[in-house]
Design a protein around this ligand. Structure first.
Ligand code: PSU
Ligand code: MN
Length: 306
């Protein structure tokens, strides 16, 4: 068990880390369970390409046949995108997945955990998980939040998915001591929307400023919490806010009617929105993720130079 429990790092990622070149961790749940086939594989490849164009090395993270991988080759990426047996793994699922030989895509919590332990410091995703709107009945709060409260990694995201209770999620992040920086904005982004309408306390404008905050975090040597860089989707590429609100209300109702709970909630809502907006939510989602991946690569560059 002891050696198979060790993650398999790709040669390219290992070399980049050794030479202190920029590396960006990418999650795989968005590929396996957040985007429709066959687009998902093209997006996975495109995101890796965006990282490379910015001069950094991509490290997509997933578990295959009971082994965690930091950096996937083409065939492995294809499996994550197209293999029906690929499960959704939060960080608590990693041990059973490794022990049983299972395969799974990693959520933000599992990706951040594996990335930080492998020495990666910058991670890009679409939107974080958070507190669901039905929290008082279901207590559904993504494991992303608790894990980020104890993991030193910088996560670039377009806020939290708007299917969530955004103010409650921001409150939880405050309680948990997770720092939030608005990137070029005083508002917390709204995932498909450029703004959630909620304010952020801190605004930064350059990758170097983010790297300076990361350095200060380390120098303070406080609790091992993450840093969230909240990067809005450009207004020209956001989902029409009125359409967003209408379709989301329907999706939440449908989710409740069908009694969908637990890990199934997020994929159901994302899929429902994509269908009901005729793909417009998908385009906004992809625009957000692309922007986050590009910014993460630039932050990773600033970090290794710092
Ligand atoms: N952002 C996206 N699409 C996704 C997710 C985030 O644009 O599919 C995934 C992330 O992996 C996140 C997970 O960690 O959804 C949260 O799921 P849950 O609410 O079940 O914790
Ligand atoms: Mn959940």
């Amino acid at each position: 068990m002891s050696d198979t429990a060790a993650p398999q790092m790709s040669g390219e990622v290992r070399e980049a880390l050794e030479q202190r070149r920029p590396v960006v961790a990418l999650e795989s749940t968005i590929i396996a369970h957040g985007l429709p086939r066959p687009r998902n594989l093209r997006v996975a490849e495109e995101l890796e390409e965006v990282v490379r164009t910015e001069g950094a090395v991509p490290a997509t993270i997933a578990v295959l046949d009971g082994r965690a991988h930091i950096g996937l080759d083409k065939a492995q990426l294809d499996r994550v995108a197209n293999d029906d047996s690929v499960r959704k793994l939060g960080h608590r699922d990693l041990a059973p997945a490794l022990a049983t030989g299972a395969s799974g895509a990693t959520t933000v919590s599992a990706t951040a955990f594996l990335a930080a332990r492998a020495g990666l410091r910058v991670f890009a995703t679409g939107g974080l998980g958070g507190v669901h709107r039905e929290w008082t009945e279901t207590q559904d709060e993504s494991a992303d939040l608790g894990l980020l409260a104890r993991t030193r990694i910088t996560v670039v995201c377009a806020g939290v998915k708007s299917i969530l209770d955004v103010p409650a999620t921001l409150q939880r992040l405050e309680t948990l001591g997770v720092g939030v920086l608005g990137y070029g904005t005083g508002n917390f982004p709204g995932f498909y929307l450029s703004s959630s309408g909620e304010p952020v306390d801190w605004t930064v404008r350059t990758p170097d400023e983010v790297a300076a905050v990361m350095r200060a975090q380390d120098a303070l040597a406080g609790p091992e919490a993450a840093l969230i860089v909240a990067n809005p989707v450009p207004e020209a590429e956001q989902l029409d806010p009125a359409l967003h609100d209408r379709v989301l209300a329907e999706a939440l109702e449908e989710c409740g009617r069908r009694g969908i709970t637990g890990q199934g909630v997020t994929p159901f809502l994302l899929d429902h929105l994509a269908r009901e907006t005729e793909g417009a939510s998908l385009e906004a989602n992809l625009a957000a993720v692309r922007g986050n991946v590009r910014l993460a690569a630039r932050i990773a560059g600033a970090w290794v130079r710092a």
